[in-house]
Design a protein around this ligand. Structure first.
Ligand code: AP5
Ligand code: MG
Length: 218
């Protein structure tokens, strides 16, 4: 069985949190394009460094992103499938992904702007593995060392409120149209991202089980 999933939704919707749970549940890799870019933020490319885009709340150019993603999908751990978290984010990215693979389900986390702002400004992230915490709702250990890998837990440079607003604008303009793109393809699973992490997870797992019962994932 192979399983190819996409997490879609605004910044702070809970994509990374729920993708991590899906990765454990199905034993497939969680591929976060944001995390790949943060791990390579000073990499020189013909378009500049990823840092210059991320820290201003802008998307990196499609050409840069598609090349990185294609390379990542060629690694051996993707043989049984994967969860894409943060890709695609523009129509050209979605079209190029459709050229290289089939997608079983696109999970769209619909989350209010009020919750997004609260979640992102309180978020803390492991510098090494990307595991997320929240100062109130999911507090990091007292020593600020990641429970998964021991890395340092820090605030992401793009989680300052002014940058969060720019990221939300990019989302509205470039990524939100993908909801309709996947709805038309019949692969969209719309989930309410506002309740607690566990409630969202239960809802997501039930809806996904129902969908996968009707999909041939061989
Ligand atoms: P990326 O890292 O993908 O960031 P994002 O999409 O802005 O989303 P976030 O990671 O901020 O939020 P999330 O939905 O994962 O929420 P999380 O689970 O952490 O991208 C960063 C940048 O990289 C982009 O701005 C762009 O520059 C570049 N980039 C990446 N991909 C790109 C692409 N394809 N093309 C071009 N550029 C690209 O949750 C947030 C917080 O809330 C956490 O603290 C968590 O603990 C908490 N939380 C989660 N769920 C709940 C809940 N249900 N209740 C209460 N708290 C919750
Ligand atoms: Mg994330």
């Amino acid at each position: 069985m192979t399983l190819q999933l996409i997490m879609l939704g605004p910044p702070g919707a809970g994509k990374g949190t729920q993708a991590g749970k899906l990765a454990d549940h199905f034993d497939i890799p969680h591929i976060s394009t944001g995390q790949i870019l943060r791990n390579n933020k000073d990499m020189e490319t013909p378009y500049g460094t990823p840092r210059s885009y991320i820290e201003d709340g802008n998307l990196v150019p499609d050409e840069m992103m598609i090349e990185i993603l294609e390379k990542r999908l060629q690694e051996d751990d993707t043989d049984d499938g994967y969860i894409l978290d943060g890709f695609p984010r523009t129509r050209p990215q979605a079209v190029s992904l459709a050229d290289i693979t089939d997608i079983d389900a696109v999970i769209y986390l619909r989350t209010s702007e009020e919750n997004i702002l609260k979640r992102l400004t309180g978020r803390r992230t492991c510098e090494d593995c990307g595991r997320t915490y929240h100062i109130e709702m999911n507090p990091p250990p007292d020593d600020d060392q990641c429970e998964s890998c021991g890395g340092a837990i820090v605030q992401r440079a793009d989680d300052r409120e002014s940058v969060v607003r720019d990221r939300l604008e990019e989302y509205q303009e470039k990524t939100k149209p993908l909801i309709e793109f996947y709805r038309e393809k019949g692969t969209l699973l719309e989930i309410d991202g506002n309740p607690s992490i566990e409630e969202v997870w239960t809802q997501l797992k039930d809806r996904l089980d129902d969908t996968l019962d009707n999909v041939d994932t061989t």
